[in-house]
Design a protein. Sequence first.
Length: 193
Amino acid sequence: MAVLIYIHGFNSSERSHKASVMQQAAKQAGVPNAVLSPRLSWRPKQAIAELESLIESHLSAGVALIGSSLGGFYGAYLAEKYQLPCIMVNPAVDAPVLLTSYLGPQHNPYTGEEYILTQQHMMELESLVIEKPTAELYWLMLQEGDEVLDYRAALKAFPKTAKLTLEANGDHSFVDFQRYASEILQFAQILDN
C-alpha cells in the first residue's frame, strides 16, 4: 500500500496537528496505515538519513511526502532525490539562512529535547538546497499571514508547481488545514481522484 510520510518542522514532533489531521483522514478513508509520521532527529543530516531509510523501505509500494516549515524544506530535497510527489505547507525554503538566528541552546517543547544548534548544522542544511525544482512533483500550500516565514520566498524558490494553494491571511500553522486532507490524500495517490 502506498504511504504518505509527514515530515514535521523545526522543534516540532511526530504528533503535530497536521500529522494528526492526515492520520485521521486516512483512517476515515479506510486506509488507517497510509500516513506515517516519524519523530526526526534535530540534526539535519541524521533527520535526512532517517527519512531516506523510511522512504526506501516503502518505495516499492509507492511514497509521497508532506512537510511543514522545515519539513517542507526536507521534503523538497527528498522529492528530487527519489522523484516523489511532495506537498509543502508554508515551507522554510531558506532554512540555512533562517535558522542561523536560532544558533545556540534549543529546547523542543514537544519532545523535551535540549540541544545546541551550531554552524555545522547550517552547513548540513545548505547541502540540501534545491536549485532547480521539478515543477510537477510539488503542491505548494501557502498562507500570506504566515508570521514566521515570508510566503514570497517559497513562490520565488518554486515559481512553477503542479499545484498552488495561496490564501490571504492565515498563519504559519496553515489555518483550517483539515479542509485539504482528502485532496492531499488524492495528490499523494493514496486515494483515487
